[in-house]
Design a binder for this molecule. Sequence first.
Ligand code: GDP
Length: 138
Amino acid sequence: MSNRTFTMIKPDATSKGHTGAILDQIIKAGFSVKALKWTKLTPGQAGEFYAIHKERPFYGELVDYMSSGPIIAAILEKENAVADFRKLIGATNPANAEEGTIRKRFATSIAENAVHGSDSDENALIEGDFFFSKLERF
Ligand code: GDP
């Protein structure tokens, strides 16, 4: 069990002005920010980040969406970070997400679901390394 996870606030949420409220909910849930970046992915970078989903029918849509506007990328720390963060964000489809979760509050559809959360310790490390150098994390 590692104490770090990786998140993105996705383009639908940043464009609707939910960035501050989502960061607030994350911090109030006990996560501390170890790295933070406001950036925009090119289609190539979004495709590389989501390469694991290359064979899924929605891959093209996912790449278009994730490169459609600015995002926040962050590394978060908390005991049991990966599992606790997945609980905080809720189910992939906001229609199935529990009341009070970030996706229930801010997401509009299974595609535009407001936030990303790593699904394993291994992927949390890989995803954090994708965005941040050693000098950018504390
Ligand atoms: P997550 O781990 O909860 O983010 O879910 P997945 O790993 O299954 O999917 C990755 C991301 O792909 C999701 O967060 C959505 O943004 C997107 N996605 C998942 N299912 C669909 C779908 O059916 N259609 C589209 N367009 N996007 C999807």
